[in-house]
Design a protein around this ligand. Structure first.
Ligand SMILES: *Cc1c(COP(=O)(O)O)cnc(C)c1O
Length: 224
C-alpha cells in the first residue's frame, strides 16, 4: 500500500470517529511515526500532505532531519536520555516524553527558544512504561513554572497493549480528565490544551476520548 492510500483510509476512520462524538476532524493532527522506515518513505509522507514526523530515537531523528530538514515539523516521541538532548534540541518542534525534572533541566539548559512539550503520564501504571503517575503530574507541572524554555502544551500517554476496548477507553479518558484539571489551573507556562494519545491500533478510540495528536506509525507507513 502506498502512504497515500493508507492516509486516505486513516482519514476516513478519523472522520467517522469524530462524527460519532461530534468533533471537527480539523482538531485531530496526525503525527506520522517514521521510526520503522527510511528517509525515502518519510518523504512520501510529506508528499501525501502530512508535515508532522515523529521519531523515538535521537540517532534516527538526526539522520532523517539531515535529509529532510525543516520541510517537516519534528516530534520526539520516545524515551529521551538527558545526554541526548543537546543533539536534538535545535531540530525538534515538539517533545512528547517529558517525564522528569532532570530532563526538564537539560532542555532548559540547551534550548535557545521555548520548546513545546507534552508531559508523559503513565496512566495504566504498568511498571514497564515511562511517565509520571497521574497524581504526580500536577505537582511536576507546577515545578516547571521556573523553566522559561518549556511550554507544556499538553499531556501524552501510551495505552496498555491490549485490544480490550474498555481498558483503552478508560486510559484515554483518565488522561483527558487530568488534562482538563491542568488546563483549569490557567498556568501561563502550561496551557495544556492538547492530548497526544492513540497509535495505529487504538487511535479511533483515542479520538473519541479527545485526542488532538495521534501518533500513527505502522498503519500509515507500514513497517520494514
Ligand atoms: C512507535 C510509536 C508509535 C506508533 O506506533 P504504531 O503502533 O506503529 O502506530 C506511537 N507512539 C510512540 C511513543 C511510539 O514509540
Amino acid at each position: 500500500m502506498t502512504v497515500r492510500d493508507n492516509l486516505a483510509a486513516i482519514r476516513r476512520e478519523i472522520e467517522a470517529a469524530c462524527a460519532r462524538v461530534g468533533r471537527d476532524p480539523a482538531g485531530v493532527r496526525i503525527v506520522a511515526v517514521t521510526k520503522y522506515v527510511d528517509a525515502e518513505r518519510a518523504m512520501e509522507v510529506l508528499d501525501a500532505g502530512i508535515a508532522d514526523l515523529g521519531e523515538n530515537r535521537s540517532d534516527q531523528l538526526i539522520e532523517k532531519h539531515a535529509r529532510i530538514g525543516n520541510q517537516a515539523t519534528w516530534h520526539f516521541i520516545g524515551t529521551l536520555q538527558s545526554r541526548k538532548v543537546k543533539d536534538i534540541i535545535d531540530k525538534v518542534d515538539y517533545i512528547h516524553s517529558l517525564d522528569r525534572l532532570s530532563l526538564a533541566k537539560e532542555i532548559e539548559k540547551r534550548a535557545v527558544r521555548p520548546v513545546k512539550c507534552f508531559v508523559q503520564v503513565n496512566v495504566s501504571g504498568e511498571v514497564t512504561k515511562h511517565g509520571l503517575a497521574p497524581e504526580e503530574t500536577i505537582p511536576f507541572i507546577e515545578q516547571l513554572r521556573a523553566f522559561s524554555r518549556i511550554e507544556v502544551v499538553g499531556l501524552m500517554t501510551m495505552a496498555p497493549h491490549t485490544d480490550d476496548e474498555a481498558v483503552l477507553r478508560a486510559c484515554f479518558r483518565r488522561l483527558r480528565m487530568l488534562k482538563e484539571r491542568v488546563q483549569a489551573l490557567g498556568m501561563a507556562h502550561a496551557p495544556c490544551t492538547e492530548l497526544s494519545m492513540g497509535m495505529s491500533n487504538d487511535y479511533t478510540i483515542a479520538i473519541e476520548e479527545g485526542a488532538t495528536f495521534v501518533r500513527i506509525g505502522s498503519a500509515l507507513v507500514g513497517s520494514l
